[in-house]
Ligand binder design. Structure first.
Ligand code: PMT
Length: 421
């Protein structure tokens, strides 16, 4: 493996190991050569033959293989790569890495390497949440190991939560970032290579006083997933996010804000951009005069001051403001419409009122579970009409929306993402 970017991929034993096949294919699309180490338990989920066919290389498995040690050796195996990637990274392999174990080829090579390591954890939510795993992750991060995911979602074990391995396109974005390669400058290009995208996500917090604020139930899942999907297609991405519990996606600029006014300023700062997607749930109002001291329930005389009257004032409308800019208006402005009734009609009116190009309508009535949930049912409305999509995971909504955006810029010529293997 000489003269090109090389990744040494460790495939450990977890149900997500099947995604390693798509990961290899996507890495190779980016002109990255991949060589694999398959752990003994990994081989229970994917065969060396499939990995070998996709990498067009030998797959390594045994530490005490006389031929391998004579030909290359575990030290040489890691030295020969530009980056080590572990996907899926199981709880067990993560623990071994944190403890410095070296009892098989994967752990020995990870200990012997002098290269950067990126891990994509995949495990049951309780295993992920366990203090032992969290301590191991913290140890690895302190040592400079990079992390992509895990994502939140339904798991093969039937439970729900964090622990699902990041999607192959997210891992590719993290690999490119770790290698210091801009996704847009990849040899494969990506359908949005050379484009820039600005995404808003999450809620805003509008301070009432130093301890209280007005907020909403947005988790940021939908907006963050869109940022990851656009970045995965090669767009240079800026994510402007309100306060969420989510990890920052890798491979993009992430700007943290609290209020709508700060979000507007951050968006204006991020211009020019080719694409703007406003998925944030921006508070429509803030208190007219924010108190810089905690509002007390009693006066200095100890007498109840009564319920304070909060006067509200409108916040700036970020979507409308981006849509109505002059020379630096993004070429495509996509808004969201969160409705509880008459979804398509209300959203169509909103699109016209705010002057955005597309609006993605979603039902946010309590029974829909859209706010904070893992899935979404959306209708994409543009000047041509309404495109209604089946209910799907928010990351799939994001991927499909990103591909639609790429089609818009490429005149409908964007190849669909590789089908899952
Ligand atoms: O974050 P999740 O838990 O994953 O939930 C996703 C979501 C429901 C928040 C998301 O899919 C969504 O619908 N986002 C838009 C929420 C919203 O504020 O909708 P709206 O109909 O009130 O606003 C319409 C559009 O104007 C939105 O693009 C919004 O970002 C934008 N807006 C609204 C008010 C404002 N002051 N500035 C804005 O830019």
């Amino acid at each position: 493996m000489t003269g090109e970017t090389r990744v040494l991929l460790v495939v450990a034993g977890g149900i997500a190991a099947y995604k390693a096949l798509e990961l290899i294919r996507r890495l190779r699309e980016q002109s990255i050569r991949v060589r694999c180490i398959l752990t003994r338990s990994g081989a229970e989920f994917v065969t060396p033959l499939s990995l070998s066919a996709l990498t067009e290389d030998k797959v390594y498995g045994e530490l005490f293989s006389l031929t391998d040690e004579a030909e290359m050796g575990h030290i040489q195996l890691s030295r020969d790569a530009d980056l080590m990637v572990v996907a899926p990274a199981t709880a067990d392999l993560i623990a071994k890495m944190a403890q410095g174990h070296a009892d098989d080829l994967a752990s020995t090579t990870l200990l012997a390497t002098d290269k950067e390591i990126l891990i994509a954890p995949a495990m049951n939510v309780r295993m992920w949440d366990h203090p032992a795993t969290q301590a191991n992750i913290a140890t690895l991060q302190e040592r400079g190991v990079a992390l992509v995911g895990p994502n939140e979602g339904d798991m093969a074990c039937g439970e729900f939560g964090y622990g699902r391995m990041a999607e192959p396109h997210e891992i590719v974005a993290a690999v490119l970032s770790a290698l210091g390669r801009e996704p847009r400058s990849t040899a494969g290009g990506g359908p949005l290579a050379g484009r820039s995208a600005l995404i808003t996500s999450g809620p805003t917090h509008e301070a009432i006083d130093p301890v209280r604020y007005i907020a909403n139930r947005s988790s940021g899942k939908q907006g963050h997933a869109i940022a990851r999907a656009l970045s995965g297609l090669g767009a240079k991405t800026t994510l402007v996010t309100g306060p969420t519990q989510l990890q920052d996606p890798s491979g993009m600029d992430v700007i943290h804000i609290e209020s709508a006014q700060q979000m507007l300023a951050a968006c204006e700062n991020a211009l020019p951009a080719d694409i703007a997607v406003c998925a944030a749930a921006v508070a429509d109002w803030r208190v007219a005069s924010q108190s810089n001291r905690k509002i007390k329930k009693t006066g200095s005389d100890g007498i109840d001051s009564g319920v304070p009257k909060l006067e509200l004032t409108p916040n700036p409308d970020i979507l409308a403001s981006l849509s109505q800019r002059g020379n630096d208006r993004p070429g495509l402005v996509v808004g969201f419409a969160a409705e509880t009734e008459d979804v398509i009609r209300q959203a169509t009116q909103k699109r016209a009122r705010k002057a955005c190009d597309w609006i993605v309508a979603n039902d946010v009535s309590p029974e829909s579970g859209t706010f904070g949930g893992a899935d979404n049912t959306v209708h994409v409305i543009d000047a041509q009409g309404v495109d209604s999509w089946a209910r799907m995971d928010k990351s799939d909504v994001a991927q499909r929306l990103a591909e639609r955006i790429a089609d818009h810029f490429n005149g409908g010529l964007t190849a669909p993402a590789p089908a899952p293997l």
